[in-house]
Design a protein around this ligand. Structure first.
Ligand code: M6R
Length: 602
């Protein structure tokens, strides 16, 4: 959470910093700020405000200088206000921070600075601590301060008496770095600076980067030079804009046939699943007795689809865990447990900490990650990258469907290696999987019908989504999508469970969405729909086409795939429904209130 950026070089810094902050805004958009070394005043000057980067743009018009740092905030310590915005300046030290300093209150007391602080943030205390230790040696001051703080942090720091130089240090929270003939750049993620160089590196934890217009030097706390591993950006940054769509979410929904196809086709060889390009070790599939999926939010919902398919096809028990709860629930793991972490960003701290916990206890690990070189990818024994490309909208769409696609590939691979399916059986599984992109495209082509259906939801305050079997986990994701971007309270229920209490909430004011894609559960689902209709609910039904009979009311027919593959076309319809409700309500679809795309606090 929070985005940080830094630039020093031969151009005016303000434009570069603001452009980077605009890209990083999805990490938090409560407030924004920049600090630039002013060549005439010979000090670092700060311009910041609560609100979006656009507001900062207007406010900071006069900022001059060729080196600076910037920040976009998701508030943790201290409310949303100008004073709590970053950068924070204390004495001659100015810094931006991403993360949480757990012992900031103790440090504040120890330094006796309570009445000198201008904000309620943990970050300003770090600026004060660096200033306290600063006596002309910036590196030593930063090292002394870092040794005293506990928590997660990515810090970019400038000093009034060190013109045009930026220092960076991190623990857990990410910082990536790159340089070109025009200067050197750092940011929380590569999307903010990828246009300046294809080659970049992730700053190793607890090392110090010294950034000047000449380039970036990295050293450890003992002063030894560190040569970080150079990565190459393989995302097309030029196509990372909205490409004419009003919101990133719509663009990202529409990209799904293409990115699902890429995710699948790059891992099929001779009609069989193939992870050899990423060196995934077959033994993780053959030598496990059970699977533990660890993830948060939408990524966890992808894991629930994975559970259904793996258990059904391979007979291996799968538990799906909310990462934030995992290590506190006495998890049963050993060296025959395969942990599968799922994360779009690869930076979600709950997932990362749970992965470290499981690995310490001997579990094997595989992560399904979208962002190359991210922390979860680096901490995991094996990685399969989804080919979703940059996902900017806070509401995850294409990351989810590509994660689900990887779960199908994992299922096919396990079934082949463990003999659950014959070779021909796996070939026909893969054949069905390859039909998903076309099925998705056919739902997208009919998006105006879904737009029309969404009108009935615009004034709803509450809604329920009901389904059975595989439809239930698909609806958990559909429900999250609707609530996070439309602010309609929505709950997904296994249809049969409703009558055990929750049906008391159904009235004529509660629209119900019913999903019907599982042939063996049709008659029971029809009865459950009748139960809510009898209580006055309007029901929108999304039904697999070949399952429509005279007993089944259908609001939208979904393209036919085998039942186990229906979760993907179904979720596309649900993503569109949520999108249209949010945009027609006039909401900021891409940046829903209180949220951030990358969640780096526990
Ligand atoms: O980057 P991750 O996939 O680890 O993020 C996990 C969740 O924070 C994320 O999926 C969140 O639930 C989305 N906002 C849902 O749209």
């Amino acid at each position: 959470m929070c985005g940080i950026i830094g630039y020093t070089g031969y151009s005016e810094a303000r434009g570069i910093l603001l452009k980077g902050l605009k890209t990083l805004e999805y990490r938090g958009y409560d407030s924004a700020g920049i600090a630039v070394y002013h060549p005439e005043f010979k000090e670092v000057l700060v311009s910041k405000c609560e609100g979006r980067v656009e507001k900062l743009d207007t406010k900071s018009k006069d900022v001059k200088g060729v080196a600076g740092i910037g920040h976009t905030r998701w508030a943790t310590h201290g409310g949303v206000s100008d004073n709590n915005s970053h950068p924070h300046k204390f004495g001659s030290v100015t810094l931006v921070h991403n993360g949480i300093i757990e012992n900031y209150a103790a440090i504040k007391n120890q330094l006796g600075i309570a009445n000198k602080l201008k904000s309620q943030t943990d970050s300003e205390v770090v600026a004060a601590l660096v200033d306290y230790y600063y006596n002309g040696d910036a590196r030593e001051a930063i090292i002394s301060a870092v040794k005293e703080i506990s928590g997660t942090f990515a810090l970019a720091i400038m000093f009034d008496d060190i013109p045009n130089k930026i220092f960076a240090v991190r623990n857990v929270s990410p910082i990536v770095c790159c340089s070109n003939e025009n200067g050197a750049y750092i940011a929380s993620d590569i999307m903010a600076i990828g246009e300046y160089s294809e080659d970049y590196f992730v700053l190793p934890e607890l090392t110090i980067a010294e950034i000047t217009e000449e380039g970036i030097e990295v050293s450890d706390f003992s002063g030894n030079k560190v040569e970080p591993k150079i990565l190459t950006l393989d995302w097309d940054i030029k196509n990372s804009g909205k490409m004419g769509y009003p919101f990133y979410m719509e663009k990202e929904i529409m990209e799904q046939p293409d990115v699902i196809e890429k995710t699948i086709s790059s891992r099929i060889k001779d009609d069989l699943p193939d992870f050899s390009a990423e060196n995934v070790d077959d033994s993780i599939f053959t030598q496990c007795d059970n699977i533990t999926v660890i993830a948060c939010g939408t990524a966890m919902h992808a894991g629930l689809i994975g559970k259904h398919i793996i258990e059904k096809t391979c007979g291996v028990p799968v538990t799906v865990n909310m990462a934030s709860e995992y290590m506190y629930n006495q998890p049963i793991i050993n060296e025959r447990t395969l942990v599968i972490c799922v994360s779009q960003s690869g930076e979600t701290i709950d997932t990362l900490e749970a992965l470290k916990y499981a690995r310490k206890r001997g579990a094997r690990s595989l992560s399904i990650v979208n962002v190359k070189g991210s922390t979860i990818a680096r901490e995991s024994e094996n990685v399969v990258y989804t080919n979703a490309g940059p996902e900017i909208a806070v509401a995850s769409t294409k990351a989810y469907t590509t994660q689900v696609a990887v779960f199908y590939l994992i299922t096919a691979k396990m079934a082949l290696l463990r003999g659950n399916l014959s070779k021909d059986g796996v070939i026909s599984f893969i054949k069905e999987l390859k039909k998903i992109p076309d099925a998705v495209a056919s739902v997208l082509e009919r998006r105006s019908e879904i737009h029309h259906l969404s009108n009935g939801m615009l004034t709803a305050e509450h809604t329920f989504m009901i389904g059975r079997g595989l439809d239930y986990p698909a609806l958990l994701e559909a429900s999250l999508k609707l609530k996070e971007i439309s602010y309609i309270h929505s709950e997904a229920f296994a249809s049969g469970e409703l009558k055990h209490g929750t049906i008391a909430l159904i009235t004529e004011k509660t629209p119900v969405i019913a999903l019907m894609t599982q042939s063996n559960l049709m008659s029971k689902q029809v009865s459950n729909i009748r139960e809510v209709q009898s209580r006055g609910a309007d029901v929108l039904t999304f039904v697999k086409k070949s399952l429509i009979t005279k007993d089944v009311d259908c609001s939208f027919d979904l393209p036919d795939l085998e039942d186990d593959f229906m979760a993907v076309p179904a979720i596309i319809a649900m993503q569109l429904l949520a999108y249209y409700v949010s945009s027609d309500k006039g909401l900021d679809v891409d940046k829903p209130r209180n949220l951030a795309k990358v969640v780096t606090v526990e």
